[in-house]
Design a protein around this ligand. Structure first.
Ligand SMILES: Nc1ncnc2c1ncn2[C@@H]1O[C@H](COP(=O)(O)OP(=O)(O)OP(=O)(O)O)[C@@H](O)[C@H]1O
Ligand SMILES: [Mg+2]
Length: 446
């Protein structure tokens, strides 16, 4: 159940913003009219551009940003654009505050784990490896002891070649299985970590290449000896390290499920370890971004915890988003701007988003339709713009897919106004559905 919910949430999150590829700024960090899938909202996009630079330069660590504005004005969209701009090297974790409330762990624990997922550690490591092109690979297959109808490799012999030498090795079932799972075949260039036995496929060797086109990831046959020291860099998150250490430290972890609480002692030990690595020049900290959407769902306890955690040396950059003006802080009777405690507000840079003009709404719907590959008739676009302006932009965007289905049923390749009207009848927006339920409640009570 848990897992399905997770997937559903993620799906919604990405699908609603799949047209967004960046902030759409020029080299002077000025917003183009349309860029990166974003339309208008220029001040907020330009501010976000500055934030991206500050993050890249490491000048935002432990600080926070609040994106505030009315519903449907692109707060989530801008956060997504920030993550696209930051690229793959900087961790970006997106959650809704509702995800902190689960039955599996304390909410502050859930928040803490999420914060640690947003901090990367780039580790440089020299390892003893065997590297070369596979010129021979033979498995010794035996029946699987648990399922005799299946065969598994008990061992294998492999010959690896570099430009200057060839060496033959025999390996046990664990490594042989990895060859199988990774689909290693003759002509692949691979690396085997001597200590851990981990197998990595680098690509097809250029000498074994068969076709001019369509041969994926071709690599050179390595120089030198097969066995050598090789430097690797890889990025893990503090949370990955926490989990790995937790798994090692308790026997129970063998049987327990994946998500669970982690002892603070374990986190302290990980922090010490990482600091050690940094001092020895083996690692580098990459503070990433934790984007907490629907911030109004956080309560005072979560805010207090986060505020404290942001002061630590190893804290991610926090981005919050709120569509509330003045609101009660959850878990208190206190009212404050955006329902966020004042001491936290004090450390946030605030970006505001503004309501869209009709023209913007029209363009956003058009961009979105184009991204989905939909054809839309002029009057249907006008109708959707109308809906976007009077109900909400999100509702108008959501109607695109069903309207397109309705057009298909009519055998039309283009969405026309009747499809939009029909979709609008069939699917309610939030204000309509809640008003409808309210009316029924009243009728049933009286
Ligand atoms: N400037 C924009 N350009 C292109 N698409 C946009 C823009 N602003 C919003 N959108 C799209 O409109 C929809 C609604 O925007 P979004 O969800 O970002 O609003 P929000 O401010 O986060 O609203 P809420 O307060 O309800 O969370 C999304 O599909 C989003 O991708
Ligand atoms: Mg949002």
């Amino acid at each position: 159940m848990e897992e399905i919910r997770e997937i559903a949430q993620k799906f919604e999150r990405y699908s609603a913003h799949s047209h967004i590829t960046g902030l759409g700024l020029d080299e002077n960090l000025r917003a183009r009219d349309i860029g990166g899938g974003l339309v208008g909202q220029k001040k907020a996009r330009e501010a976000a551009g500055i934030i991206v630079r500050l993050i890249r330069e490491g000048k935002m660590a432990g600080r926070g940003i609040l994106i505030a504005g009315p519903p449907g004005t692109g707060k989530t969209a801008i956060a997504v654009a920030i993550s696209k701009e930051l690229g793959k090297d900087i961790p970006f974790v997106q959650v809704s505050a509702s995800e902190f409330y689960s039955s599996e762990m304390k909410k502050t624990e859930a928040l803490y784990q999420t914060m640690r997922k947003a901090i990367g550690v780039r580790i440089r490591d020299t390892r003893r490896v065997l590297e070369g092109e596979v010129v021979e690979l033979d498995y010794n297959m035996v029946p699987n002891p648990y399922n005799p109808t299946q065969k598994i490799p008990e061992s294998a012999t492999i010959t690896l070649a570099t430009k200057s030498e060839k060496r033959r090795f025999s390996v046990g079932s664990r490594i042989a299985m990895q060859f199988m799972y990774a689909g290693i075949t003759k002509g692949d260039v691979i690396v085997i970590d001597k200590e851990t036995g981990r197998v990595t496929r680098l690509g097809k060797s250029s000498s074994a290449k068969k076709f001019d086109i369509g041969d994926e990831d071709v690599v050179e046959v390595p120089d030198g000896t097969v066995e050598k020291d090789k430097e690797f860099t890889y990025v893990v998150t503090l949370h990955d390290l926490d989990e790995a250490r937790a798994r090692r430290s308790t026997i129970f972890s063998l049987f327990s499920s994946e998500s669970r609480e982690i002892d603070n002692e374990i986190r302290q030990a990980v922090d010490e370890q990482v600091k050690d690595w940094i001092e020895q020049g083996m690692a580098e900290l990459i503070p990433g971004v934790l984007f907490i959407d629907e911030t109004h769902l956080m309560d005072i306890e979560l805010f207090a915890f986060m505020n404290r955690a942001m002061e630590s040396e190893m804290a991610p950059i926090i981005i919050l988003a709120s569509n509330r003006g003045f609101a009660r802080i959850r878990g208190t009777d206190e009212v404050s701007p955006h329902g966020i405690p004042l001491d936290l507000l004090d450390r946030l840079l605030i970006i505001t988003t503004e309501p869209y003009s009709r023209e913007d709404i029209r363009l956003i719907i058009e961009t979105r339709a184009a991204e989905m590959g939909l054809l839309i008739d002029e009057s249907a676009l006008e109708k959707l713009t109308e809906i976007g302006a009077s109900n909400s932009l999100r509702y108008a965007i959501q109607l695109l897919a069903p309207a397109n289905e309705l057009a298909k049923i009519r055998n039309s390749s283009k969405i026309e106004v009747e499809d939009v009207e029909r979709a609008e009848q069939l699917f309610a927006d939030v204000s309509k559905s809640s008003a409808y339920l309210k009316e029924w409640e009243e009728k049933m009570l009286s």
